[in-house]
Design a protein around this ligand. Sequence first.
Ligand code: ATP
Ligand code: SF4
Ligand code: MG
Length: 345
Amino acid sequence: MLDVATQPSPVTLDRDAPILEIRRLRTEVPTSHDPIVLLDDVSLQVHAGRMLAVVGESGSGKSMTFLSALGIAPPPCRVAAGSVLFEGKDLTRFSPEELRRLRGAGISMVFQDPLTALNPVFTIGQQMVEVIRAHRAIGRRAAWAHATDMLARVQIPDPPGRMHAYPHQLSGGMRQRVLIAMAIALDPRVLIADEPTTALDVTVQAQILELLDGLRRETGMGLVLITHDLGLVARYADQVAVMYGGRVVEAAAAGPLFATPRHPYTRALFRSIPRLDAALEEDLPTIPGHPPNIAELPPGCAFAPRCWLRGARADCETERPPLVAVGEAGHRSACLHWPDMAHAA
Ligand SMILES: Nc1ncnc2c1ncn2[C@@H]1O[C@H](COP(=O)(O)OP(=O)(O)OP(=O)(O)O)[C@@H](O)[C@H]1O
Ligand code: SF4
Ligand SMILES: [Mg+2]
């Protein structure tokens, strides 16, 4: 059986080849009639040593994309089409056992809910040793030493002491560091961090992002940051994918995406970033309207009911816009009328 966790990958000469590539992924929930389509035609690329930020409102499919890619979409959700290439191998063809070995070693994910990710009745050390030994044939003592090193690497003070702590004895920021330590303990080539800072206060958020970014630079791993926080995206991301209604609606390098967004939803998202100089009593700006119910997407563009650019254009309500190249290298948008954005307010 192919063991992606321990087999060295063939050396790739193409430095720009993605290390993880999701191609045209479709995830559905079967029903007695037509399936509910949670993700449709989602394509993303993660490159070694770079950070891909995946942004979009709640329910847009950010977490589901990576759960599906790793073969852990919660039943009854199932991948219905597409491929997921990791170092040239298609994960959608992997057995459950091959996928289990891949997770943690080749690709690690820090899950969205840090409280449920740690078991309250075991110490940090016990849990880390278990994870390490599930993937590596090393003794308990060596695994303990490695886990202690990992706590030091994520800048937890007094690592030997913290190995004996229970999760509730740590602050939220420290628990998040422990989860990151677990995730990097097996030297993954790709780390997916799902909202790693949402529950934390602003200072700790910045520290966790600095930590992740530093690890990315040191190890050369590809980093995926799933986030609502566009401030973090602007500061750290190399590439950005914007999701809406279970699809990618815009993707580009971070610079061009911020300078010249090519989808009305992306521009609306940027305008909803609170300004640092805004008066405290001012309401946070939000995008008018509600994110779509994925089970009842309109036939045309899913953003049409909220779109400031649409005006009287009839095709927006009848035609599902494909994600197409929009000029600059790698910049893609799923808006039928993106060229008109330059002239619109
Ligand atoms: N277990 C499940 N069964 C059926 N549908 C689900 C399940 N989990 C998520 N979904 C649906 O899949 C869609 C995408 O959800 P997902 O969790 O990926 O959103 P998200 O972008 O990560 O949102 P958030 O920012 O709130 O985490 C949503 O419509 C959600 O209702
Ligand atoms: S296709 Fe039409 S509704 Fe959709 S984002 Fe573009 S202008 Fe707006
Ligand atoms: Mg999520």
